[in-house]
Design a protein around this ligand. Structure first.
Ligand SMILES: NC(=O)c1ccc[n+]([C@@H]2O[C@H](COP(=O)([O-])OP(=O)(O)OC[C@H]3O[C@@H](n4cnc5c(N)ncnc54)[C@H](OP(=O)(O)O)[C@@H]3O)[C@@H](O)[C@H]2O)c1
Length: 262
């Protein structure tokens, strides 16, 4: 039987690290990619994943990543998870450098890694009958919100590139899967967004009953990548029950308004 192999970017924390654990739990070999080596090493010790230090915004790093992964063999899934938000200021007031960061990692990083690894995914598709590209966008890639600015723009762009890729790969046994989560309580997402301001980051989740956690998304990713090969989950939008839209999140316990019996 083919040994399945996945590459997961942004694997040093949050959704990416949970996805590495979930794939390993399902018996896959995993190459975990991020910039922080120490965290990757700890994840490797814990899970047995291979690790690769790379900045997805750097073409030389992505080329080296491709060469290293090629030595390991074909791949059957690529999870483009490296990404994030910076700032929550208006279009008028926000810092263009934050926008540049968001475009570099969410959009161009995803594009670079796809371009580098598609040949190895094609080899994997020949072996397995199908291969998967899973892009982590966000509900911010579908619905604008005040202060969303650069993050909305970057995630809308990542959604668009995912849709284009699906058209371009038509006829090949490669599924292009977009996972678009709402609020996921991870250690670092909000911390990065607010430049390391822990109090502001924690406040995002204050009072929110049961936000999603990284493991919820990881389970969905592995489920999508292990569906029968004719089943393509194109777009998976997943939110906590408390969140109806990016800007509409219930605080406090969820309560039934009326029992509803006449
Ligand atoms: N948390 C949420 O509410 C939420 C909701 C919807 C969508 N998402 C999306 O889900 C993905 C993961 O989010 P998360 O909550 O798990 O955030 P996170 O904990 O901040 O993880 C982001 C990961 O990306 C890596 N990364 C950042 N820049 C990179 C670069 N240039 N090259 C390589 N790796 C890079 C980081 O590792 P290093 O710093 O070590 O490189 C880290 O492992 C992101 O794309 C995010 O936009 C998150």
């Amino acid at each position: 039987m083919t040994q399945l192999r996945a590459v997961v970017t942004g694997a040093s924390s949050g959704i990416g690290a949970a996805t590495v654990r979930a794939f390993r739990g399902a018996g896959w070999e995993v190459v975990a990619v991020a910039r922080r080596e120490e965290r990757l090493r700890a994840l490797a010790d814990e899970t047995g994943a291979s690790v690769l230090v790379a900045d997805v915004t750097d073409q030389a790093d992505v080329d080296a990543l491709r060469d290293r992964v090629r030595e390991l063999g074909p791949i059957h899934a690529l999870v483009n998870n490296a990404g994030g938000a910076k700032g929550l200021d208006s279009v008028e007031a926000s810092d263009p450098e934050d926008w540049r960061w968001m475009f570099e990692v969410n959009v161009l990083g995803t594009k670079r890694v796809i371009a580098a690894l598609l040949p190895l995914l094609r080899e994997g598709a020949i072996e397995r009958g199908v291969a998967d590209i899973v892009n982590l966008t966000s509900i911010a890639g579908h619905v604008a919100y005040v202060g969303g600015g650069g993050y909305n723009a970057a995630k809308f762009a990542e959604h668009a590139l995912t849709a284009v890729l699906r058209l371009e790969l038509n006829g090949e046994p490669i599924r292009v899967i977009e996972v678009a989560p709402g609020m996921v309580k991870t250690d670092e997402f909000a911390l990065v967004r607010f430049g390391g301001d822990r109090a502001r980051a924690d406040a995002v989740y204050d009072g929110v009953p049961e936000p999603l956690v990284a493991e919820d998304i990881a389970e969905i990713i592995v489920d999508a990548a292990t569906k029968p090969r004719h089943v393509d989950l194109d777009l998976i939008v997943v939110k906590p029950v408390a969140q109806s839209a990016p800007h509409l999140v219930a605080k406090g316990p969820l309560t039934v308004r009326s029992a509803g019996r006449a």
